[in-house]
Design a protein around this ligand. Structure first.
Ligand code: SAH
Length: 257
């Protein structure tokens, strides 16, 4: 689910949900990386409030719940993901402090200065990094943190094929320094950035999709939307293998002044 708006708008929602809900994560990441990002956040207590925006089925949310104190609200557009999220929260006995709700990240049902921490892994691209960090600012308490992961260029120059793929899929992809500049402009102190290791894409995101792709092609033989979804994901994975020197996911952590 990384090729920006395309995967959300051009395919059948039900198919997307079925395809991605079978995965632990709907984007690149890992429990270790969630914990690593969390280490940059100080002063959370059992009274803290955390929002996980674009939480998907909650893979990273349950890791947050395990390692961070406080109450967590996960929010996602897809009801099927939120059903899985709340079921997992109950199964892992987090139901008293972890709750999933359905909603859109461009119209969040939150109060100003409600949160100590806003988290979002692999999801802010849905409204764009700049719009997201600016609009979500008001929901943070002064001194609160934002931690988001976002597709970024590692170099200023790259081969034309990958440049045009991303410019089409997500034109806001940019270098790490430019993204940090956007954080400063939005009023955050950029406290940390780090690059997600390759295994977050390969082992935790692309490889887990291969079984589903086979099943999907059999189950929906002749269904163009399903075939295109699989083809697109395979193409994206191939591009990643070829061009992973030039781009990847980066965690951006900032503090509201
Ligand atoms: N954070 C999860 C999911 C990342 S995939 C993980 O790292 O595994 C991106 C998620 O954003 C999907 O779950 C998708 O349903 C959700 N999403 C897409 N558009 C959204 C919107 N407008 N508001 C809230 N969630 C949205």
């Amino acid at each position: 689910m990384n090729n920006g708006e395309k995967s959300i708008h051009e395919f059948d929602f039900t198919l997307i949900c079925e395809y991605f809900s079978s995965l632990k994560r709907q984007g690149p990441g890992s429990p270790e990386i969630t914990v690593k990002a969390l280490r940059f956040i100080d002063n959370l207590t059992s009274k803290s409030k955390i929002a996980d925006i674009g939480c998907g089925t909650g893979g990273q949310t349950m890791v947050l719940a395990k390692y961070a104190p406080g109450h967590i609200t996960g929010i996602d557009l897809f009801p099927a993901f939120i059903d899985i999220f709340n079921r997992t929260a109950r199964n892992q006995h987090f139901q008293d402090r972890v709750k999933g709700i359905i909603g859109s990240m461009d119209d969040l049902p939150f109060k100003n200065e409600e949160f100590d921490l806003i988290w979002s892994e692999g999801a802010i691209y849905n409204i764009g990094f700049e719009q997201g960090i600016n609009e979500w600012y008001k929901f943070l308490k002064p001194g609160g943190h934002i931690a988001v992961s976002e597709a970024s260029w590692f170099t200023r120059k790259r081969p034309a094929e990958i440049d045009s793929f991303w410019k089409d899929a997500y034109p806001e992809i940019d270098t790490i320094s430019n993204k940090v500049g956007l954080m400063e402009k939005a009023g955050y102190i950029p406290t940390a950035t780090f690059v997600l290791p390759e295994h977050c894409w390969i082992d935790n995101f692309y490889i887990p999709q291969t079984g589903m792709q086979e099943r999907f092609l059999k189950k929906y033989a002749g269904n163009r939307a399903a075939e295109e979804l699989v083809m697109n994901q395979r193409h994206e994975a191939e591009l990643y293998h070829t061009y992973k020197k030039y781009y990847g996911y980066v965690f951006y952590i900032g503090k509201k002044i």
